[in-house]
Ligand binder design. Sequence first.
Ligand SMILES: *Cc1c(COP(=O)(O)O)cnc(C)c1O
Length: 377
Amino acid sequence: MIYRPGRIFLSVPQMGGHEKNYVQKAIEDNWVTTTGPNIPGFEHDICQHTNSRHAVALSSGTAAIHLALRVLGVGPGDEVLCSTFTFIASANPILYLGATPVFIESEAETWNMCPDTLRAAVEARLKAGKKPAAILLVHLYGMPAKLKKIMAIADEYEIPVVEDAAEALGSRYGGHQVGTFGRVGIFSFNGNKIITTSGGGALITEDKALAEQARFLANLAKDPAPHYQHSQMGYNYRLSNISAGVGRGQIEVLETRVKQRREVFNYYRKQLGHIEGLELLAEPHKCFSNRWLTTILLPEGHTPENIRLTLEEENIETRPLWKPMHLQPLFENNLYFGNGLSENLFKRGLCLPSSSSLSEEDQEKVIKHLKRLLEEV
Ligand SMILES: *Cc1c(COP(=O)(O)O)cnc(C)c1O
């Protein structure tokens, strides 16, 4: 990461204040390891906040996706239907398991998985004699996907859904927290997300057996024996008690962070919404977004890269939208169902500085330069 003093970053952590109490207590009590009271405490907080029955704290969101797919039985030779418009961490765990992602295009209202395309893909794969083993549904930039339609298709064909809510903690669909609709939901607490443990993740589920299996595998699949016996291949995906302490402090302020990020979005909309040809993503019916990142589609005649480089000269960090998975060299041979919508978004879109701690002054600076660049055509 480039750093010059005064830089306006895309998304930085913001401590709530109580993190250091939890961390200090962990150090004082010598719980400086991957067990200790902050871990079940943090898991309890996650359950409370999302209204879910079981939570397993883990070392990253990627680890959570890996375990989610693994406990659902995804394995070598399987196909997983995955949102194409996402970050690589959604799709990599499918490869870790020797399975194959099949990419599904977005729809224009939420930029997330298109239900019609999903149905077409399920039917096509069934016809080819390949029943998809799971659906990996992403809620990108905090915007909930069209959960009602997606879940109806998943139920009809009896395909389990993993919700990748890494960017969407605190977002709701029809009043319910995202991550609670699928068989398993996952969150990330990486440093750039809406709240952080400095690095970490979690998996939530209503299914006790799945939660226990995930916890078992995350702890190297140690069979109950004093001599370290193993009958399955596990992973070391545990979160440390120190990180969980940061998480406990952070979750106390999650609702405030959601409010702040939404205010950042609203102010951008107010100041930039009138620019001809510029588009901001509205919240469709039933969707409440945590507005993790404010994204814009640029008017014709502008490229995200030009704007990004010009803002870079002002020490302002922006970022292109995620490059769709079906366009990644890694996945050039994978199946893709869609019409190119996400490719268009990728060609036109930009993520703006959206930190909850973004000062009015800094946001004004971003807006001033964007207006200068976009209105002078
Ligand atoms: C951040 C992110 C992840 C992975 O989370 P890590 O904690 O960084 O491993 C997965 N999916 C999406 C969509 C993300 O943005």
